[in-house]
Design a binder for this molecule. Sequence first.
Ligand code: CA
Length: 717
Amino acid sequence: MRVFSFICLLLISFQLKAQEYAYPYSFFYNSLMQGHYFFSQTSASGGSFIQHISNKLPVADSLFHTPGNALQLHYKNGKGGKWQANIYRQQKRGVDNFQKAKYLSFWMYVSTPRGDNIDFLQLRLIKADSSFSESVSINAAKLNEWYQVLIPTGAIYNFNPDSFESIIGISLAQSNEDGKEYVVYVDDIEFLATENSPAMLDKAVIASATGYALHNDIVWNKPDNNNIHLVKIYRSENGKDFLPVGIQQPFINRYADFTGETNKQYSYKISFLNSSYKESALSPAIQVATRSMTDDELLTMVQEAAFRYYWEGAETNSGLAKENIPGRHNMIASGASGFGIMALIAGTERKFITRQQSIERFEKIVHFLERAKTFHGAYPHFMDGPTGNAEPFFGKRDNGADLVETSFLMQGLLAARQYFSGNNDQEKRMRERITAIWEKVEWDWFKQHPDSKFLYWHWSPDQAWTINHNLIGWNETMVTYLLAIASPTHSIPASMYYSGWANQDSTGQKYRSAWGQTRDGSMYKNGNTYFGIKLDVGVSNGGPLFFTHYSYLGYDPKAITDRYTNYFTNNQNIAKINHAYCVLNPKKYLGYGDSAWGLTASDGPFDYSADEPVEWQDHGKIAPTGAISSFPYTPVESMKALKHYYYRYGKFLWGEFGFRDAFDLTNNWCSEIYMGLNQAPMTVMIENYRTGLLWNLFMRNEDIQQGLLKLEAEKNK
Ligand code: CA
């Protein structure tokens, strides 16, 4: 009997691979931007019309179902004409596991008497191949109040419940020719798994409220209830009249309410909503006031908000960083985790958390890393938190080691090894455990051949060297060579810095001119002058700004002088070129200028892309991390950008983890995600600018010092 139950348990434990968080498959809750909604498209012909701004639906700020807005459809059903409004789903990286689609639900508000037409609107689903589902007639059931339209998806002809993820939007269109004009609002468009969600039992309680210059941070106790669909936030300016101001996803227990006013008193309450939008009782109120802040306090505020991505937003099993939030809840991104580790150290030093909280988190981190699947000591790009296995998120071939991501992770761990310098057993043990992880990485394995000039990015047991991507600078991978040279156990010869990273034969030249689309810098060294700024090293005119961040969060670029340049100076010049380009703004994008600059890799309205200060790689989006993570290089221009982003654009750009990933004013778009690779560099580089903390810690490593000596000897050969 005992044996039997043991086997059963074993079976169960294998089957109980932790479920990935299931998002509702949603089309619209709110537009971050006022004016018009980027993810919409209108058209009209004949005698029909629909109100639009640049062929997009207007955003209604004062009338909504969930705060802060809804979409407005103001149209006329012309004879022989047709109007149409499409609302598209925002694709978000890693938001790829969904609740079932049993019902299509949306909320509607009709503000014009409808006459006798039962057939009020036509609704169709838009599929990925641009085809439409059969149409469904929507009636105007009520006037001047919000009501839910709930359509069983089974009733939509040719709807396949197993492939609802191929539906990219919904289309509302004219259904009769009554010649009348109507104003209709729609909000909260989504698929729901149930018709009647259970009532909420959880009591909403606000734990704290903190005031900043133009916003208040509201934090509530995490609800222990899977039926919470959204959290609703209310604000009052007189302590009596509470108005709904925002909603939050249930897995985040804070909200940044950007009021736009300094030195003002506010009260807040919250409630929970189930998927039927039935509301729990409101929480007790909490008072808070915004206050004026010094530049120094602003820096700390930005550091702390981005730090929270790694503290509160961490993957549960490992305490490490997710790729993006919202995104996959179980997936760890190794490089972002390395950056996050350094953000945790900066956060500890700034007392956002106690040293005890910090070491406990690091114990969780190393406990996970000691057990996670490695490949010749190197970690994959992405890992599954519950199992520690590689997660081939970027494709089947990328199912093993990622040496670059590993180097970003090790950069963080080596900074932590220096940080926990205490003589107590806990900190001593931490240093030993990090040393073991670091010394296990077989950097020399990634040469592929014993006499290789290059390190290679990927390797896996079944794919071996299929991806075959050799590491050639100038880009973000310098630290990979520097760590490989510095390894006390599996080092590569320092000559590979010159033969691989700074390679100047045809391999290196082809590689650089392929991605740079220019011969500038194809020999590694550059030597040209851009916008009056001389660039010693760099492809094209320097590339995206993350090249100057990722490798130098811990590794102090001031310490690196090779045969061609000093990398603090060179990074500084790359930042200045980026700034000068944005001031010039040759493509005339909205918003670019002296205090809005910094082209780099980020989310975008159409796609994630690594933007550069050249016209063919400038897509009109600005990522706050570009300028802000450049603080040590360009403190004046970075501070201007930070203040501009917060004071001018905070309403859409500032959220619970600080600045959102990117914005594009030309397209009236702001990213709804935060990215693990982009938040921590802000915290860490501001800290390096203020105190040099991470640079000093990291450079104190004996192994790193030895590596630098080897590099120095090689330079003079
Ligand atoms: Ca809304």
